[in-house]
Design a binder for this molecule. Structure first.
Ligand code: ZN
Length: 189
């Protein structure tokens, strides 16, 4: 059974869903993620948003993807369907991993009255990019990983499927549906 869980929603921002880096496949994970965050809040499982908030000269912007999720713009805001509540946490990042030079790890360690999070549940975009890099850093730090398989996606089905396989094989991630995860949350305490 998974203990001391948290949900991390990765890059469900306007630019990733409808804007500059639009992913057509993202729309179908939105209702699943909505159920996931609502269930988490109900069960007292912390919800964390890991959001790109770029400077225009960030390496990722300049060298790879072009302008997206520029800090302070509409494109860098969480999509309205998944709008954070004031109890949720927002941790900004400037590249793929939610842990890289951010306060995410110390936040996770401070939760559950300082006992810290044990299991991170990852959802959002993209299975093979930011989800993968965030999972890597979670694994390096000893967290257990659950991937919401119907709550993550990529530009293509192939990228998504390969991404899931990699996460399972390399980081020992449990690949579960949102419904299975919600059931697991019910057992937490
Ligand atoms: Zn980015």
């Amino acid at each position: 059974m998974s203990e001391r869980m948290c949900v991390i929603i990765i890059d469900m921002l306007n630019d990733f869903v409808t804007g500059n880096l639009k992913c057509d496949r993202a729309a179908k994970i939105v209702p699943n993620l909505k159920r996931l965050v609502e269930a988490a809040r109900r069960h007292g499982v912390p919800v964390i948003y890991s959001n790109d908030a770029h400077y225009p000269h960030d390496v990722e912007v300049v060298q790879k993807w072009g302008k997206h999720a520029i800090k302070g713009t509409k494109g860098a805001e969480v999509i309205p369907e998944l709008k954070p509540t004031e109890k949720d946490f927002i941790v900004e990042k400037r590249t793929y991993s939610g842990f890289y030079e951010t306060g995410l790890d110390s936040l996770l360690r401070s939760l559950y009255d300082g006992e810290g999070v044990k299991t991170v549940i990852l959802g959002g975009l993209h299975t093979n990019i930011c989800v993968r890099h965030t999972a890597a850093d979670a694994f390096f730090r000893g967290y257990k990983i659950i991937i919401a398989k119907d709550g993550v996606d990529s530009f293509t089905q192939e990228d998504h499927e390969q991404g899931l396989k990699y996460l399972e094989y390399v980081y020992n991630a449990k690949i579960m549906s949102v419904d299975e995860i919600i059931k697991e949350m019910g057992k937490q305490r």
